[in-house]
Write a protein that binds this ligand. Structure first.
Ligand code: KG4
Ligand code: ZN
Length: 360
């Protein structure tokens, strides 16, 4: 790498957030976030109770160029200052990914600069390196997003070993699907966790799937079934009027209790499996990344468990927990720093909707 820090533009468009960011990467040492901008499509998808892929792609098309302009202007730079264009190559929705990849390719080609395709989960797991308390390698990464729940051993940039993962629903999906059954808006995670604040986590006995499976895998689909059964017993299932009445009793109603019990079940499994991964590897550091990493109970319980065991727990800044362009620019930058970035200069791009992080 040259003496002058490199200026890397990052573009994220794998799901329902268009994120763009600019970072400055010295040859070695911390990468600096110069500016970042985000447009969330949550309001648009809320009416459908989940992400509509075609609408997501069209909205990325509308948002991405204005967001690029915004980050350049906020950083006081121009496009000619950009040395490398990083974009999310996968995993994610194919159409949504193609928008970011296409724009990255067009920009890089027009500027005569290389581009680098980034793995979305690598972005998440490296995102704490932009925080005030960055981790040191090696560490355990608990990746908990809407589509993934994985425990990885991370020995350095690009050195990832999968220790365990979900065999069915992801933790974020368990939050979202349970919340949907409870009549809460999309995305369910933050809404369910807000409702849980006024509920009793011991009110309902919900299963802790695979808690004692002896491995580091997870399973969350049974939890959603139990939530459904409890709602049925409460005569709240598929009855919008009854749900609305139950909502009127919040705080203190059975719905808040069920939300608190659901959150407690998901968090307990995540914390216990994380501790098992730390014990199995002997490592004393863990990074929590992905949207569910914003969950307050998860943070509280991991912090407490970590303190008792002399384990350091690292998180991305709260606003960088969910999808964003900063983590994509950062991952591209950190790969460049260690000479592991695959730089492309030809005006061709591809995306990988399904892509295994431990195989990159
Ligand atoms: O990482 P992310 O933004 O997107 C994916 O790559 O999937 O994660 C989104 C997931 C959703 O399932 C959302 O409900 C969940 O993160 N989430 C939360 C919270 N904030 C976001 N789950 C629980 N508690 C939260 N506070
Ligand atoms: Zn994500």
């Amino acid at each position: 790498m040259s003496e002058r820090p490199l200026c890397i533009l990052g573009i994220e468009s794998s799901c329902d957030e268009t994120g763009v960011a600019l970072v400055s990467a010295p040859a070695q040492g911390p990468v600096q976030l110069l500016s970042h901008a985000l447009h969330s499509q949550i309001d648009m998808h809320q009416a459908y109770g989940g992400v509509v892929p075609e609408l997501a792609s069209r909205d990325h098309i509308r948002r991405v160029v204005p967001l690029v302009r915004q980050v350049m202007s906020e950083a006081g730079r121009t496009l000619t200052d950009v040395d490398v264009v990083a974009y999310t190559r996968g995993p994610g929705l194919a159409g949504a990914l193609l928008v970011g990849a296409g724009v990255a390719c067009a920009l890089a080609t027009a500027l005569g600069k290389p581009m680098v395709g980034v793995h979305h989960l690598e972005g998440h797991l490296l995102s704490p390196f932009l925080s005030a308390d960055p981790p040191e390698f090696p560490f355990i990464a608990l990746l908990v997003s809407g589509g993934h729940t994985q425990l990885m051993r991370v020995d350095g940039v690009g050195r990832y070993e999968l220790l365990g993962e979900t065999v069915d629903d992801a933790a974020g999906e368990a939050f979202d699907k349970s919340a949907k059954l409870m009549g809460l808006p999309y995305p369910g995670g933050p809404h369910l966790s807000k409702l849980a604040e006024s509920g009793d986590p011991k009110a309902f006995e919900l299963p802790r799937p695979m808690l004692h499976s002896g491995d580091l895998d997870f399973s969350f689909s049974g939890l959603k079934t139990s939530v459904r059964t409890q709602l049925q017993k409460l005569n709240l299932l598929d009855d919008e009027v009854a749900l609305a009445k139950a909502m009127a009793n919040v705080p203190a109603g059975p719905l808040a209790d069920l939300a608190a019990s659901t959150q407690a079940a998901i968090v307990e499994v995540l914390v216990k499996k994380s501790l098992a991964a730390l014990k199995a590897t002997g490592l004393k550091r863990i990074v929590v990344a992905g949207g569910v990493g914003a969950n307050r109970l998860l943070r509280q319980q991991l912090n407490q468990a970590g303190e008792r065991r002399g384990v350091r727990v690292h998180y991305p800044e709260m606003h960088l927990c969910t999808d964003n362009g900063a983590m994509i620019a950062l991952a591209g930058a950190m790969r460049l720093q260690v000479g592991m970035a695959v730089l492309r200069r030809d005006p061709v791009f591809d995306v990988q909707p399904r892509w295994d992080l431990s195989k990159i």
